[in-house]
Design a protein around this ligand. Structure first.
Ligand code: CP
Ligand code: NVA
Length: 305
């Protein structure tokens, strides 16, 4: 049966941990210049309804390094932009390519695509989740702190797609997550419930200082995700006390990591000093998208690393 990655909970804890091991091994092979063309002859269609730098470039170069090929597809250029149905597109693309990655406004569009596709479908970010980001994030934490279980992660700001996936993954990777967000911008209630039912340790607070106390990782993301631009003014007002500053970082563990999936908005969700500071691991985090996704593609397309 084909496997999709639409929610991070489509993986089990042991699959997630094996993926991270594979990603670390692939990173080493690449650093040593050793060939690892495990996907020779395979192809990945990438459908992007929204902008992307990291996801597009890491999937595209990842496929090339694995000996395969990736196609960048803008819905405006596909017949889907002229009304061809998602389910028809899914079935047709399945006859050409080995897997499909989709970045969509609506999570349901990815679910619908996956229902009709005969090949694995990967969520490259939806309004609800960003599972590929979380595999790379946990790999980064593994590299810097040695493990993810038992660590304390503080999320400051918008309870958005990235936050929701991190909340869910706490049930897989054994960390405690505390989310500090203003009223109306908490992570989805059904997501929090799902994470807790699956064994996740999730705390929701208002106060960023309370969230970062003893945290091993302090993470944030933009206050205005793609698709939420109409709520810009409300958001800028609501989040004004949620900037990650050096003084906030100083309230976390002394060696706490600062993480951000990028793109970042200096002076809003994080100061320049913090993102450029010694605790920031954002460039490793961005690089690890490449290795984590290569591991995912190899796993989905059926070869051992
Ligand atoms: N973090 C992330 O997904 O970045 P892009 O939007 O550039 O792909
Ligand atoms: N939360 C952001 C992440 C971008 C990678 C967004 O959805 O725009």
């Amino acid at each position: 049966m084909k496997r999709d990655l639409i929610s991070i909970l489509d993986l089990t804890g042991s699959e997630l941990s094996a993926l991270i091991e594979d990603a670390i091994r692939l990173k080493m092979l690449r650093q040593e210049g050793r060939p690892h063309q495990f996907l020779f002859g395979k192809s990945l269609a990438m459908v992007f309804e929204k902008s992307s730098t990291r996801t597009r470039v890491s999937f595209e170069t990842g496929m090339a390094e694995l000996g395969g090929h990736a196609l960048f597809l803008n819905p405006q250029d596909l017949q889907i932009g002229r009304g061809e149905e998602v389910r028809d597109t899914a079935r047709v693309l399945s006859r050409y390519v080995s897997a499909v990655m989709i970045r969509a406004y609506r999570h349901e569009s990815i679910e619908e695509f996956a229902r009709y596709a005969e090949v694995p479908v990967i969520n490259g970010l939806s309004d609800r989740e960003h599972p590929c980001q979380i595999i790379a994030d946990l790999m980064t934490i593994r590299e810097h702190l040695g493990h993810t279980d038992g660590i304390r992660l503080a999320w400051i700001g918008d309870g958005n797609n990235v936050c929701n996936s991190l909340v869910l993954a706490s049930a897989l990777a054994g960390y405690e997550i505390t989310v500090a967000s203003p009223d109306g911008y908490q992570p989805r209630a059904d997501t929090v419930e799902k994470a807790r039912n699956a064994g996740g340790n999730v705390t929701l607070v208002r106060d960023p200082v309370e969230a970062v106390r003893d945290a091993d990782v302090v993470a944030t993301d933009t206050w205005i995700s793609m698709g939420e631009e109409a709520d810009r003014e409300n958001r800028l007002r609501s989040f004004q006390d949620y900037t990650i500053t050096s003084s906030l970082m100083n309230k976390a563990s002394p060696e706490a990591l600062f993480m951000h999936c990028l793109p970042a908005h200096r002076g809003r969700e994080v100061t320049d000093e913090v993102i450029e500071g010694r605790q920031s691991v954002v460039w490793d985090e961005a690089e690890n998208r490449l290795h984590a996704q290569k591991a995912l593609l190899v796993k989905m397309l059926g070869r051992d690393v």
